[in-house]
Design a protein around this ligand. Structure first.
Ligand code: ZN
Length: 213
């Protein structure tokens, strides 16, 4: 009686082990497919750019700015955070920026990448949003285009000289400013200078006049 029992037990155990082995084989297939998918993913944006499927913003940033420095050249002059925000369209955490609560009576905020003047101190207003806010820019200094990343339709603003990412512009929020627009700009993208070019020229002219007298 013991032998048949142990034989059937052995068959039972064998059946169990073969059942438990099969799912392992099937489990391997999806993981292999996932690995294949993952390894092929980096090539998708590359193929997209080959066939002209990339977003208009990336086309714009590569060709339509006077300052055409390469990423390697930008890395040589920008720190990591500046590169992440200006060249890779990053965003600094709200309320952390150097110019968030910065309200000088005069001066100019220039591009931290190429030093092109972008905003004057009297464009800046208190929005409470956590980033420097301007209701307007120096004419022609800032370019805007549609940004559909993260499932949102927003208007991205970039430096018109180098294409460096500044932030986004929002309209119709009801702020009591002449434009009812808010240029929401990363502090990291900016470099403040307390005196604008016009003032410097006036001072130089005044000093030249004094020295003549
Ligand atoms: Zn710039």
């Amino acid at each position: 009686m013991r032998l048949p029992q142990s034989a059937s037990l052995l068959r039972f155990l064998h059946t169990l082990s073969s059942i438990s082995r099969r799912p392992q084989v099937f489990q391997q297939l999806p993981s292999r497919n996932a690995a294949l998918l993952q390894s092929s993913m980096p090539s998708i944006p590359f193929l997209g750019s080959l066939f002209g499927l990339s977003a208009p913003s990336s086309n714009m940033s590569s060709s339509s700015f006077p300052d055409q420095r390469s990423n390697d050249e930008w890395r040589a002059v920008l720190n990591k955070e500046q590169f992440r925000i200006l060249r890779e369209k990053g965003t600094e955490p709200a309320g952390t920026g150097q110019y968030d609560k910065h309200y000088p009576s005069h001066g100019v905020y220039a591009c931290a990448g190429c030093s092109a003047p972008l905003y004057k101190s009297d464009h800046k207003f208190m929005s409470g949003c956590g980033w420097p806010a301007y209701f307007d820019s120096i004419p022609g200094a800032v370019k805007r285009h549609e940004d559909r990343s993260f499932g949102m339709a927003r208007t991205e603003i970039v430096c018109a000289n180098c294409g460096g990412h500044l932030g986004h512009v929002f309209k119709g929020e009801g702020f009591p400013t002449p434009t009812d627009e808010r240029h929401c700009v990363n502090s990291v993208s900016l470099k403040f200078s307390p005196e604008d070019e016009q003032q410097q020229q006036q001072q130089q002219a005044a000093q030249a006049g004094e020295s003549k007298v």
